[in-house]
Ligand binder design. Sequence first.
Ligand code: GLU
Length: 525
Amino acid sequence: MVRTRFAPSPTGYLHVGGLRTALYCYLFAKKNKGKFLLRIEDTDQERFVEGAVENLIKTLSWVGLDHDEGPMLDGSEKGKFGPYTQSKRTEIYLKHADELLEKGHAYRCFCTKERLDEMREKQEKNKLPPMYDRTCANLQKSEIEEKLKAKIPFVVRQKMPYELIKFKDLVRGNVQFDGKIIDDQVLIKSDGFPTYHLANVVDDHFMEITHVIRGEEWLPSTPKHIALYKAFGWEHPEFAHLPLLLNEDKSKLSKRQGDVSVESYIEKGYLKEAIINFAAFLGWNPGGGEEKEIFTLEELEEVFSIEHVHKAGAVFNIEKLDWFNWKWQKEIFNKKIFTLAKEIDKKIEIDLSRKDQPKFLFTSEDKEEKFIEEKGKILLEICRKYLDEKYLSDKNIFKMLVTVEEKILRDPKETSSQIDFYFSQPNYSKELLTHEKMGVDLTWAKKSLEESQKDLEKLDNWKISEIKNVLTKIVERFACKNGQVFWPLRAALSGLEFSPGVFEVMYTLGKKESIERIKKALAKL
Ligand code: GLU
């Protein structure tokens, strides 16, 4: 059975690269009806961060990546291969370090820091690779015993075999390293705790991991790991090293150059569907000419395959995340309003000629009004956290939001600036009322606005369809273009060059305010 693991060091937050690794491990396991494990690699006790593990589990679970085995939020563990936290497994590692010492695949190194620094300095001067010179690998048994008795601190080093180490990486293909130029890795530190290398190999073996899927930065460690498997007489798992994540300038993605924590994106209000979709495409695509980019987690479980993971580094592009977020907002929103429309009006007709923008034809105006109100409530949930009291307490807020729905779905942070014109009479110069290309000069603007004012004043039933009726009749009467009537009105009502639809804005402002704004515009002319 396929068994994968996500093995983060608990640093306090989940790096986007970590999320991508976790996701690929999860998808590969699900696709192959296997198990996905979470293992906490906390051998570096100096870097202990309070609450980091809980945070990790919460974040993974929030995006939908629940593990089959590993530590749980309540402190318990799931699975029979535990403990799944390395700091609870020290005994196991020490026992295995002893085994390596006995078999001659490792040795104790008593060199002091000063000696190692000196050695490195010399190597640097002579342009040699920085490697331990194996002084302690040649100590006599009696010398070792003496040093142990004298309680001289030591580390345990792996004795790298001087041979070619070859393996087939599932992403990178055939890879080989010359063991002769690989440093003798420390396996047990002088404080008696294991390093990542030993713990990682021992755990992957005993947790029966079949596929190690991890970031490319671990590729240089892999020959050391393979040598360890061989030293223990174990078969090594398959390896798949995922491409590096890069900034736009192709440098390695780091915390310094912007936000790399998943939590910060969650806080900013990004949807989990978008975050997962985005992470999936960081170094993978479905291949086979497939153009579809919007996938649910369940769909990804179906289509994911390691063969379509790229070798080249993947650029982390925030605009792409924003794009996924917009698409997902729309997808979720459309589903909701679909259900809503059918609930409000059983006999509704739905025009689906534009899939991403369904049109609803209600059987009565009341039902349509109810729909606008309810739709506004859904929109408010998307942008509520970005609006202050002034907006939230306005009784017209739902109607207002509906007029800028596209903008909210695209960037909810900008909602207030989009609806500000409803709250205060706009300031603009009279030139805004004109539009040369459309054939609207100052004289025409005046004439057209006067006409609109006159007819709208007579309208009692202030409904979108009625407003539309009145204005269309003016266009017919003048035998002019829509824009010649709508443009000056739009500017008069909103003070904006580009504003939402003129009927909807008028409906939302109400009759009195609309007429007042038209009068104000006329006063400018
Ligand atoms: N603990 C390592 C990390 O923090 C895991 C590397 C691996 O998956 O082997 O990324």
